[in-house]
Design a protein around this ligand. Structure first.
Ligand code: UT7
Length: 325
């Protein structure tokens, strides 16, 4: 098996900013409530002409440049998203066409907030076995398109953005261990009930607002702390490492309280946790991808560092990836 690592990263955030003060004018909420309960201060939103693939393409171009790989050198493109441009074709196909990556196999993965980690693990399998050489993995979301802007319990949480990584064979370091899991019996805690084959879009589904995401925030919160802690422990065990070996954790950015509860359970100091939720909110599959890129760009991740990506999301699904940078 070949050793696989991330050789380039990229991100794209739409320009429009929606602050907590803006939300105060839209629903019965307050900056104080949002900040103390979630850690979020603002989030980015797409403009009317932007879809998930547009964000993905920008992030992908930056990652390819960073990796020094031409689009024609890509063998595989995996896009993780729960807000694809359309039901089909896959958003990965739009990305492939726009990049001119005509040699790449392309498909999407639906694993909600764990999507980017799932996609990394899938890409790793292909490269490790020698099936493909270079893979582009993107997490891209336009969550504003499935947010109910009249529901204060969810609309304050989400934002839009995309992050990307290029994976290839590396001589040293790279992915040390991975762990994926799921529990479909908890699917009803977070879902988008309308528009699929269960409830095809009709005037009735629209009137019932089934085309917006529904979430049992409290239940998800409790599961998330347990799951993220457990997932990190398994990934560490598989790599034969201890918590103290980690230089930086890039957790899914759903709620700062979930992240800090996980850090406490693992005995990790705050300075080893990367947070950007304040600026962007929860961007599902794009959250870890963007946080990883940002941490690299600002020098929080250096060569030789041990990084833990730790994600959970709707499904429920979860995943972790330990990487030596
Ligand atoms: O991406 C992966 C999946 N998602 C998550 O991981 C999200 C996990 N859940 C959470 O982050 C938290 O549960 C929330 C941030 C969603 C909610 O925080 P909470 O501390 O669990 O609040 P709650 O749902 O228990 O609501 C507490 C109170 C309620 O009022 P009452 O019943 O106590 O009078 C809510 O109606 O806060 C009220 N509330 C709000 N108040 C002001 C709910 N949303 C808002 C709001 N502004 N936006």
């Amino acid at each position: 098996m070949k050793r696989v690592g991330i050789i380039g990263v990229g991100e794209y955030l739409p320009k429009k900013i929606l602050t907590n003060a803006d939300l105060e004018k839209m629903v019965a909420t307050s900056d104080e409530w949002i900040t103390t309960r979630t850690g979020i201060k603002q989030r980015r939103l797409v403009s009317s002409h932007e879809a998930a693939s547009d964000l993905a393409i920008n992030a992908a171009k930056e990652a390819l440049k960073d990796a020094g790989i031409k689009p024609q050198g890509l063998d595989l493109i995996i896009v993780a998203t729960i807000t694809p441009d359309m039901q089909f074709p896959s958003t990965a196909c739009f990305v492939q066409a726009a990049l001119g990556a005509k040699n790449a196999v392309c498909f999407d993965i639906s694993a909600a907030c764990a999507g980017f980690v799932y996609a990394i693990v899938v890409a790793q399998q292909f490269i490790a076995r020698g099936t493909y050489k270079n893979a582009l993995v993107v997490g891209t979301e336009v969550l504003s398109s499935i947010t109910d802007w009249e529901d204060r319990s969810t609309c304050v949480l989400f934002g839009d953005g995309a992050g990307a990584a290029v994976l290839s064979e590396v001589k040293s370091g790279g992915i040390l261990s991975t762990y994926l899991g799921g529990d479909g019996s908890l699917a009803d805690l977070l879902m988008l009930p309308g528009g699929g084959s269960r409830n095809p879009a009709t005037h009735k589904t629209i009137d019932k607002r089934l085309h917006y995401l529904k979430m049992e925030g409290n239940e998800i919160f409790k599961s998330a702390v347990k799951i993220m802690t457990h997932t990190a422990q398994i990934a560490l065990k598989q790599a034969g490492l201890k918590c103290s070996d980690i230089d930086l954790v890039i957790p899914h950015q759903a709620n700062v309280r979930i992240i800090m509860a996980m850090a406490k359970r693992l005995g990790l100091p705050e300075e080893k946790i990367y947070l950007n939720i304040e600026k962007y909110g929860n961007m599902s599959s794009a959250s870890i991808a963007i946080a990883l890129c940002e941490a690299v760009r600002i020098g929080r991740i250096k060569k030789g560092d041990i990084i833990l990506l730790d994600a959970f999301g709707a499904g429920l699904v979860w995943g972790a990836c330990l990487i030596k940078w």
